[in-house]
Design a protein around this ligand. Structure first.
Ligand code: ADP
Ligand code: ADP
Ligand code: ZN
Length: 218
């Protein structure tokens, strides 16, 4: 399975990616997570990426493309991968196409998650995450069994800085401008499947399994 998830911030890509990766035993590559980890560790990539992420802008293509290229070299990608949050621009999509071609691979499907702006704002304002293990929760829709702590590792949950209101607005605008054109790009290539991301988590997961079980039209 080689799949990419596209969609506005907060639509549920990471949540579904996590669950699908567990169900299928395939590796999930979330570029946002990889970037946040680089920032936390203060690597050269992290140092360069931080100001863009804080502003709610995209990290420059060459940085993210190089990062993904490195990540795909690991052995765990041989059985397939689930790309969460990459590609996010046409330039990234084209670079990905070239990278995969060189590996003799291609994407099976690109999943576009959709939801109205009110749903998205609600999701992002209640999102909390574990700074230690990365698990994502929602105050109302997917709360931790351990209250304000992570049920997996016990760390105190935090809100992402870029989930505050002003930055969210900027990220939504960036999505419309830079990422939404990918829907047409992949539709033209016969790869796109759209999923209503506003349904409850289990319903979206079931729909995703359904979509992935159908061979794509050639
Ligand atoms: P969300 O899941 O809320 O959409 P992510 O965790 O995927 O957010 O991404 C957080 C931030 O990391 C983005 O706002 C952007 O700055 C950066 N980022 C993640 N993926 C990419 C990418 N493919 N290209 C450029 N920037 C990215
Ligand atoms: P993305 O990776 O697209 O930015 P996330 O998976 O992080 O989105 O989800 C954003 C927030 O919404 C998280 O707090 C998550 O727990 C919650 N969430 C995800 N999917 C759903 C859903 N189907 N219904 C309600 N809340 C959801
Ligand atoms: Zn944790």
């Amino acid at each position: 399975m080689r799949v990419a998830f596209v969609g506005p911030p907060g639509v549920g890509k990471g949540t579904q990616a996590q669950r699908l990766a567990e169900r299928r035993g395939v590796v999930k590559i979330s570029t946002g997570d990889v970037l946040r980890e680089a920032v936390r560790q203060g690597t050269p990539l992290g140092v360069r990426a931080k100001s863009f992420m804080d502003a709610g802008s995209l990290v420059p293509n060459e940085l993210v493309i190089g990062m993904l290229e490195e990540r795909l070299k690991a052995d765990d990608t041989r059985q397939g991968y689930l790309l969460d949050g990459f590609p996010r621009t046409i330039a990234q999509a084209e670079a990905l196409g070239t990278m995969l071609e060189a590996r003799g691979e291609a994407l099976d499907r690109v999943i576009a998650f959709e939801a109205d702006p009110e749903v998205i704002v609600d999701r992002l304002s209640g999102r909390r995450g574990c700074p230690r293990c990365g698990k994502v929760y929602h105050l109302r829709f997917d709360p931790s069994n351990a209250g304000t702590r992570c049920e997996a590792c016990g760390a105190e949950l935090v809100q992402r800085d870029d989930d505050r209101e002003a930055t969210v607005r900027r990220r939504l605008a960036v999505y419309q401008e830079e990422t939404a054109p990918l829907l047409t790009y992949y539709r033209k290539r016969g790869l796109l499947a759209r999923i209503d991301g506003s349904a409850p988590i289990d319903d979206v997961a079931a729909r995703l399994d359904e979509v992935l079980s159908v061979p794509r039209p050639v």
